[in-house]
Design a protein around this ligand. Structure first.
Ligand SMILES: NC(=O)c1ccc[n+]([C@@H]2O[C@H](COP(=O)([O-])OP(=O)(O)OC[C@H]3O[C@@H](n4cnc5c(N)ncnc54)[C@H](OP(=O)(O)O)[C@@H]3O)[C@@H](O)[C@H]2O)c1
Length: 304
């Protein structure tokens, strides 16, 4: 008996995400990689090198026929890329066109009227494609769009050991915002933390050595114990004087070096956001009011 033919996947935008998925699908024999089209042919060739299969295309009109098209360009260019792709698709409704944006629904591809449309958002940070080849398995993928497209993508992602969940188009923006809060803003917080260590004269390597175990432990505690039990530190202990000293020091720092103003602003904003959580974790009403007054006070009144 003849083996079933492997479907061909074309990729428009083989950047961090596109090249990683294509490489994994190629290695697992899920899809044959067809054309790869980035903005420059040099970039397409580099992506082809990474994936280990496919053909670098100069433009859409030189792409081979394919049963699936992944549009993995930046979100703001998905609609216009789908508009360009539409005229190259056959009218038999057999082609699946999908994107991987967390925030946009599959209907962003609506100009591809003759295709099945879907979106598939892996909850994973593709910061380094080489690392993602190892780390992606286990990440969940949120699927949305036409049922047939979702089913085809579910089996493609399951072949990469990625479980899938369905989402409605209405859920997508808030779903993605939740992931941005935890993942992207954690990175921003770590950067601000490193800036604070630097202001204390502690070099980056030492600061990272200090932070790595406690940040990983904090993340693990959050998932194992929940945020109420994971929250430790001066705010939830009601140590008003410690919080006062930290805030005053950050505000003095901002006066000396305005480039560090985000440190005091973020400390205040997140401190205020932490108060309802701290209350649930047992902070007394009196301490909570004192913290609230402190965190909302005019900074100019506080610096001595
Ligand atoms: N990165 C993540 O962690 C992550 C996670 C989940 C979902 N996503 C989603 O994945 C998608 C891609 O993100 P990414 O981070 O992989 O982006 P990226 O690394 O910036 O890659 C984008 C790629 O698109 C190409 N491109 C841009 N405009 C194009 C155009 N008009 N025609 C053809 N190719 C074009 C770029 O080509 P050049 O190389 O020639 O510039 C680049 O290769 C987005 O929808 C994003 O929301 C990303």
């Amino acid at each position: 008996m003849q083996a079933p033919e492997i479907p061909t996947l074309n990729i428009i935008g083989a950047g961090h995400l596109g090249r990683t998925l294509a490489c994994l699908w190629h290695r697992r024999g899920v899809f044959a990689i067809g054309g790869i089209c980035n903005r420059s042919v040099e970039s397409s060739a580099a992506a082809r090198e990474f994936i280990g299969a496919g053909t670098a295309a100069e433009s859409l009109d030189t792409m081979p026929p394919a049963g699936l098209w992944l549009i993995a360009v930046p979100d703001d260019q998905i609609v216009s890329t789908a508009q360009k792709l539409a005229s190259y698709l056959p009218s038999d409704r057999q082609t699946l066109v999908f994107h991987c944006s967390g925030a946009l629904p599959a209907s962003a591809l609506a100009s591809c009227t003759h295709a099945t449309l879907a979106s598939a958002h892996p909850v994973h940070s593709f910061a380094d494609p080489q690392r993602s080849l190892e780390d992606l398995p286990g990440a969940t993928v949120a699927l949305e769009g036409d049922i047939d497209g979702m089913q085809r993508l579910e089996s493609a992602f399951r072949a990469l050991d990625c479980p899938c969940i369905p989402l409605s188009p209405e859920q997508k923006v808030l779903y993605h915002t939740g992931s941005v809060m935890a993942c992207n803003y954690l990175t921003v917080l770590l950067d601000l933390s490193l800036q604070t260590f630097a202001a204390a004269g502690i070099d980056g390597a030492t600061a990272k050595q200090l932070l790595a175990p406690i940040v990983l432990q904090t993340a693990n505690n959050n998932f194992a114990l929940g945020p109420e039990r994971a929250l430790t530190g001066p705010l939830v202990r009601g140590d008003v004087e410690t919080v006062t000293r930290q805030l005053q020091t950050l505000e003095k720092l901002a006066q000396i070096n305005p480039g560090t103003a985000a440190l005091a602003e973020t400390y205040r904003t997140l401190g205020k956001a932490a108060l309802p959580l701290a209350k649930r974790a047992g902070l007394s009403d009196t301490a909570r009011r004192q913290m609230s007054d402190l965190l909302t006070a005019n900074p100019d009144d506080k610096v001595s």
